[in-house]
Design a protein around this ligand. Structure first.
Ligand code: TMP
Length: 205
């Protein structure tokens, strides 16, 4: 049986991570791997309801409440979806995970990073990604890709997204073995070639 793997895709809104995730899924399936594509927040069931609140609730949401909702979704997602799939030997490709909370709620909203790390650890029960791709792109490009129809998180403003971007760069600096930065201003094909190189290098380790 193939060994399970947990790979996460991160970056600011409009960075192109979901496109790359799907390209990797197709590539791996063509190679005969058993792949599960999932996401946070809101993979399925209860998570979808939490996602709906997080992205579309139009009343006031405190920063701490927002964090706990993302973390609640994560605990459910790890227990119900991610861990069982890894146990079955699947390659799990996850659109956003713990680094999103550090980048968005920590660096973006300004909550305490140490506390977020601790809460992330609680939510994941210690499960860590084997590999994380961060798709780095300037704010002008990512916002133009998002367009005018913005959800609650996407409406947080330019300053916020600059902090989120810097947050991701800091995360990668602190954990270079796991977290790999890709230049997401390149074309889709170029980014995917860069991604494959890193992926194959990591797998062969
Ligand atoms: P998505 O549109 O990439 O699925 O992400 C949903 C939004 O939620 C996106 O704006 C990032 C945000 N988010 C956080 O702020 N904290 C988190 O922990 C996660 C998982 C997502």
């Amino acid at each position: 049986m193939q060994k399970g793997l947990f790979i996460t895709f991160e970056g600011a809104d409009g960075c192109g991570k979901t496109t790359q995730l799907n390209l990797l899924k197709n590539y791996l399936e063509a190679e005969g791997f058993d792949v599960l594509v999932t996401r946070e927040p809101g993979a399925k069931g209860l998570g979808e309801k939490v996602r709906e609140i997080l992205l579309n609730y139009d009343g006031e949401v405190s920063d701490r409440c927002e964090s706990f909702l993302f973390l609640a979704d994560r605990a459910q997602h790890i227990d119900i979806i991610v861990n069982p799939a890894i146990k079955k030997g699947k390659i799990v490709l996850c659109d956003r995970h713990t680094d999103s909370t550090v980048a968005y709620q920590g660096y973006g909203r300004g909550l305490n990073i140490e506390q977020i790390n601790m809460l992330n650890n609680l939510a994941t029960n210690g499960r860590k990604p084997d590999l994380t791709f961060v798709f780095d792109v300037d704010i002008e490009t990512s916002m133009s890709r998002v367009g005018n129809q913005k959800d609650r998180m996407e409406s947080a403003g330019k300053e916020f997204f600059n902090r989120v971007r810097q947050g991701y760069l800091e995360i990668a600096k602190k954990d270079p073995q796991r977290v790999k930065i890709l230049d997401a201003t390149k074309t889709i094909e170029e980014v995917f070639n860069d991604l494959k190189l890193i992926f194959n290098e990591t797998l062969s380790r």
